[in-house]
Structures are given as structure tokens and as C-alpha cells.
Design a protein around this ligand. Structure first.
Ligand SMILES: *Cc1c(COP(=O)(O)O)cnc(C)c1O
Length: 403
């Protein structure tokens, strides 16, 4: 093929990519290897990892002992450890380990039933597009995760966005809505870009008053909130007020996969309707074994949750003392709001050059003018490493005129 023709055919892509780079909105992939105590090597440089979702420090190397344990466990299920799956769970991929895990996990969540999905993105798109359709209404917090937004788009329901955590706004919108239409309220429990917490109690009151279904996404609260890490709604005593609980095994659980939990008819409905469950190959059973293994550590990980909470206070209060704007953060996700895209990227680059990995979050992930650096904490971070990081962030803040 003539290379010139090729390049002209793709010119529009190159133009768009250049445009993104000029707006400091380009994205690229950098090799990264995780190390102990919240460190990593990224792009060849050793850095303190303040950009991980591995909140409890459970993402760990698979050693020979663990592998041996998985092999023995599989034998108990009359199976052996295989590296893949053979088909969708509805065809012949429903290894017995699934039912056992789902039953026990539902009990832990305090629900009747539970269904494992391949990952959180697929859980959200599958659940939302099953529960609502063309003539229905979804009320969604403006800062909900992208996978929720995509689920609503896929469902073809009307996407009615309310201002972040603004219950007056949500009520106004519910009151204005056609009373006969099916309504779903959906919210993150901990918001991934600003670390704030959803006002679940008030949302439950509104859901009851206006006859809506309620779905919560516990991606960032699972493992972290609740006495045994059951999640935020469980810790608030609201388990039975939520119709669909969704969460992931990819963050505090340090593994991979996701679930939907609720009353039995909800799960049966999802098995029949959720296309991202039906038309995909089952998660390999060995992944369920790994999730199960980490789940036990989550349940018993009181010290991990305590250590995490201490580190959250240390970082957040330290940043506030320096004069940074950490927005409404109340959790292990701590944003440092800068506003301008370029300055945010420069600030983040500076931190990386000095051995701190954090994420520059820019529009469209956050609203225009609210670009930020996003820090996330781990239970396994060393206090002295965080204190050193605070000094460096303070220095960077002065250098870039942010404080
Ligand atoms: C990470 C995340 C997801 C997606 O989960 P994956 O398992 O990574 O696909 C969904 N919702 C929220 C709020 C998340 O933060």
C-alpha cells in the first residue's frame, strides 16, 4: 500500500490527537511495575505510588504457595486449575465455584442473591441497560463513573443528571418527572474523582417518596467501609433500601471482577437480560479463587482499614495545612484541585520527576476549569514516605503558584 495514501486516510486521527496534546488532554501508556509498601517503577523510575486503587495493599505477587493452595482448592471442587474459561456461564462455563462464591458473598453483603460479572465496567453497562429502556428515566449524579454514563447511554433511557450530591436538585427533577414512568436513581458511593461520599440516607428517602429503584456503585467503598468491608450502604444500615448493589473486586480487593447483589428476582432478571453477562466468556474460575482468597483478607483486614484511615487524615490534613484545595474529599481519594489543564500537567510532571506518581485528571473526566491532581492512599504506605511526599507537594505548590 502507498504509505502516503495511508497517512492521508488517517489524517483526521492525527489532527485530533494533536489537538488533544495541545489542550494537555493527551493520554499515553507507560510501563509500570508495583513494588512493596506502595512503591512502583514507572517509566524506569522508582516512585511512591499515590495513584493506585489498591487501597488495602492486597494486590500482591502470586507465589508458589498460593498457587499450590489454588490447585488443592480446585480439587475440592472436583476441578483443576485452568488458565481460561470455555464459554459464557449460560453455555458451559458455569464452574461450580461460581454458585458457592455467589451464595457466600450474598450472605456477606446481606442480600438474597449475587451475580459475578467480568468487571465493573461490564457490570454497570449490563445492569443499567437491563433495568431501564427507551421510555424510562435515570437520575444520575453528575460525577458518576463513566461506566454508569455508558450504561445509561446503552439503555436508551433518558439521562437526567443532578448536580453533585445536590438533593434539592434531585428532588426537583423527580417531582417534575412523569409519575407513571419507571425511574432509576444511580450513584457512586465514593466518587472516584473527588473522594466525596454520596448522601445515601437522603437518596433513600427520595427513592421511597417518588417510587424509584436505587442502584449504588461501591467500587471505591467495598473493602474500605463497613466493619468487615461490606461497603458503605451496609455500614449505614441501608442494605435493604438499595435495590441493586454493584461493586468490584478490582480496587480494595486487589484482584479483578465485579458483582451485582440484591433480592433474588433482581439477580434472576440480570441473568436473563444483562447482555454483558450473557454474551461474554465467564471469568476463569482461578480468578474467583483469587478473589475469594483476597476477600478473606478484606473481611479480617481491620488493621488495614485503620491504617488506611490514619494515612488519609495525614495526607488530607497536610495538604489543607499547606493551603491546597482538596474539595469535598472525605475518603482515601484526595484531589488537589488546580483548575487549569496545563498547570495541572506541569505540576504532576514535576511530582513524577521527584518520585511521586499521581494522576492528572482533566476534562472531560471532570468539569471544565476543575483539572486536578488525584492522590489515592494505601494501607501499606509508610508514614515517613507520606510525610516526605507532603513536603515535596508543598514545594511544588509554591513553585507553580498554587499556594
Ligand atoms: C473502577 C470503577 C468501575 C469499573 O470497574 P472495573 O472493574 O475496573 O471495570 C466502575 N465504577 C466505578 C465507580 C469505578 O471506580
Amino acid at each position: 500500500m502507498n504509505p502516503n495514501r495511508m497517512s492521508s486516510r488517517l489524517q483526521w486521527m492525527k489532527d485530533e490527537l494533536n489537538q488533544l496534546k495541545q489542550l494537555s488532554q493527551g493520554r499515553s501508556l507507560t510501563p509500570a511495575v508495583t513494588l512493596a509498601e506502595g512503591w512502583m517503577i514507572r517509566g524506569g523510575r522508582r516512585m511512591l505510588n499515590l495513584a493506585s486503587n489498591n487501597y488495602l495493599g492486597l494486590h500482591q505477587p502470586l507465589d508458589a504457595g498460593l498457587l499450590e493452595k489454588f490447585i488443592q482448592q480446585a480439587a475440592m471442587f472436583d476441578s483443576d486449575v485452568k488458565l481460561g474459561s470455555t464459554a459464557s456461564r449460560l453455555i458451559n462455563g458455569n464452574d461450580p465455584i461460581y454458585a458457592q462464591f455467589e451464595q457466600k458473598f450474598a450472605k456477606y453483603k446481606g442480600t438474597e442473591s449475587c451475580l459475578v460479572f467480568s468487571n465493573g465496567y461490564m457490570a454497570n453497562t449490563g445492569i443499567i441497560s437491563s433495568l431501564v429502556g427507551r421510555n424510562d428515566l435515570v437520575f444520575s449524579d453528575r460525577l458518576n463513573h463513566a461506566s454508569i454514563v455508558d450504561g445509561i447511554t446503552l439503555s436508551r433511557a433518558e439521562n437526567i443528571r443532578y448536580r453533585h450530591r445536590d438533593m434539592n436538585h434531585l428532588e426537583t427533577l423527580l417531582r417534575k418527572a412523569d409519575p407513571v414512568k419507571k425511574k432509576l436513581i444511580v450513584t457512586d458511593t465514593i466518587f472516584s474523582m473527588d473522594g466525596s461520599i454520596a448522601p445515601l440516607q437522603s437518596i433513600v428517602e427520595l427513592k421511597n417518596k417518588y417510587g424509584a429503584l436505587l442502584m449504588v456503585d461501591e467500587a471505591h467503598s467495598g473493602g474500605v467501609y463497613g466493619e468487615h468491608g461490606e461497603g458503605l450502604s451496609h455500614s449505614l444500615g441501608l442494605t435493604h433500601d438499595v435495590d441493586v448493589h454493584m461493586g468490584t473486586f478490582s480496587k480494595a480487593y486487589g484482584c479483578y471482577g465485579a458483582y451485582a447483589a440484591g433480592d433474588s428476582p433482581v439477580v434472576e432478571y440480570l441473568i436473563n437480560k444483562a447482555r454483558s453477562f450473557i454474551y461474554t466468556t465467564a471469568l476463569p474460575p482461578v480468578i474467583i479463587q483469587a478473589v475469594w482468597h483476597n476477600w478473606m483478607k478484606v473481611r479480617e483486614g481491620h488493621w488495614r482499614r485503620n491504617d488506611l484511615r490514619e494515612r488519609v487524615v495525614l495526607l488530607r490534613e497536610g495538604l489543607k495545612r499547606s493551603g491546597f484545595n482538596v474539595g469535598e474529599s472525605e475518603s482515601q481519594i484526595v484531589p488537589l484541585i488546580i483548575g487549569d489543564n496545563d498547570r495541572t500537567v506541569l505540576f504532576c510532571d514535576y511530582l513524577q520527576q521527584h518520585g511521586i506518581a499521581a494522576v492528572a485528571v482533566r476534562p472531560p473526566t471532570v468539569p471544565d476549569g476543575e483539572a486536578r491532581v488525584r492522590f489515592t492512599l494505601m494501607a501499606t504506605h509508610l508514614v515517613e514516605d507520606l510525610e516526605r511526599a507532603l513536603d515535596l507537594i508543598d514545594q511544588a505548590g509554591k513553585k507553580f503558584d498554587i499556594i
